[in-house]
Design a protein around this ligand. Structure first.
Ligand SMILES: [Zn+2]
Ligand SMILES: [Zn+2]
Length: 237
């Protein structure tokens, strides 16, 4: 079972929290605590973390999925509360994001291939969107749960690479799907790939997933969508 707390999102389900275009998740799995992406800026990340009472200083590592500003903004806050924390950064970003992480007291590690830092926790190899993006994958008793920043390479390519490497069913996908301005045909194709090709059982679309994408899933697969936003606490897997 993975516990997920949505720290920053384009939508909020908790009136105390601030909303912003961006994504940040806090995750707990087998006594490992992780941050996945850091939202668009430190102020909003700190504000929401404090309102939600999350102990960020206990986090074991931060994973930054890709270099877009809406996912990397909270670096200085994390460096301040948790100096020397390891931050997994995207392929080919050592001279930009890596420097920024180091100047904030963090320890960047560039993702150049699959990594298995703790039992059951994987970071995928870099997949080109553009930009380069990697995915956090947690192996639960019900199957794999995939965490996506924006899903820039497309869900078919990403799930094909993940199932090719880990050879297990995909139980859930959580995060951005980057379909905000996508035509209906792309949305229908994505939904087909998720639910018919890979038989994904639960998805929690966040950030840039788009309202139309969520509406079409709600109409066709209402038991497979988890509506979430900042402040949502999900236990899945
Ligand atoms: Zn992005
Ligand atoms: Zn996006």
């Amino acid at each position: 079972m993975v516990k997920i707390v949505v720290l920053v999102d384009d939508k909020s389900f908790d009136q105390r929290l601030k909303v912003a275009h961006g994504l940040s998740l806090y995750l707990e799995f087998n006594d490992i605590y992780l941050l996945f992406d850091l939202g668009p800026n430190s102020e909003i990340l700190q504000y929401n973390v404090e309102k939600l009472g999350i102990d960020v200083e206990l986090v074991d590592a931060t994973i930054i999925s890709h270099i877009h500003s809406t996912h990397i903004g909270g670096l200085s806050y994390i460096g301040w509360v948790s100096p020397y924390l390891k931050v997994y950064i995207p392929y080919d970003s050592m001279h930009s994001l890596g420097r920024m992480a180091r100047s904030n007291g963090l320890i960047p590690e560039e993702v150049i291939d699959w990594i298995n830092p703790w039992p059951g926790i994987y970071i995928s190899k870099p997949i080109h969107g553009p930009p380069w993006e990697h995915f956090l994958v947690i192996d639960t008793s019900r199957g794999l749960i995939v965490f996506s920043g924006c899903m820039h390479p497309g869900v078919d390519k990403v799930l094909d690479i993940i199932t090719g490497y880990l050879d297990r069913n995909i139980y859930g996908v959580v995060g951005g799907f980057h379909l905000e301005n996508a035509p209906r045909s792309i949305i229908d194709k994505t939904i087909h790939v998720l639910f018919e090709k890979y038989c994904v059982e639960k998805i929690a679309p966040l950030h840039c997933s788009g309202e139309l994408f969520k509406r079409v899933i709600n109409e066709n697969y209402p038991d497979r969508i988890i509506e979430a936003g900042a402040g949502s606490i999900l236990d899945i897997g």
